[in-house]
Design a protein around this ligand. Sequence first.
Ligand code: ZN
Ligand code: ZN
Length: 254
Amino acid sequence: MTLDLTIVGSASAEPNPGGASSCYLLDAGEGQLVLECGHGAAAKLLLHTSIDRIKAILISHMHPDHFFDIVPLKYYITFNGLPRLPLYVPPTGPAILEGMIRALDEKDEFWGSAYDIRVFDPDQELCLLGMRIRMAPTHHFIPAWAMRFSSLNGTASGAIGYTSDTSVVEPVVELVRGTDVLLAECSVVTQAKSERDQGHLTPEQAAELARRAHARRLLLTHYPSAHADSMVRHAAQAFDGPCSLAVEGATYRV
Ligand SMILES: [Zn+2]
Ligand SMILES: [Zn+2]
């Protein structure tokens, strides 16, 4: 069985014209998993799929550019009387979602009317929709988890790595080691911060991570489109294998 990755949103925290922030579809043949649902993603999702094909949502960390569009998606689900979707959030998720209800002066059932909120244990393997998902802590400004996806079905050995938001750290390198496709964030053009204070990758650092992990293919995502051309050029110079931008609407298969 193959594993398909479709790019729904590839912008960083700042908007790209006409684009969306972090959002990806993963499909191992048992229904689609929405990985991240950043701002602008809900409307883009409807361009690439229909809501009845989506079976779960998974959020790597609770920054707005990774989950804010669960709000418009919630309205789509409730206004159309659709079944609740499992929403997998990190351990930090429930308190933040609860705080949003209070800040918005919304009813207690605001999230529960559309989502079945489940807290993932990053130390445990998550088996979901025909996929095996493993996680590792990243180095970011809040707790965040990189992920490794492989198909549970058949003899397929292909794997997709996803850095979430991070600097270059060993747990992430180990997690994504040998992946066929490494979907690596590339939010910053240059890095002025000390190593300890970094929380994002430059194109050169994304390439370094891919090189150290022996990933076969590097896909840059979470990038500001104004700098995309030079970013992919810089990454390609530092990585031996195929290297390209994750283009919204494109599907990659392993
Ligand atoms: Zn972040
Ligand atoms: Zn981000």
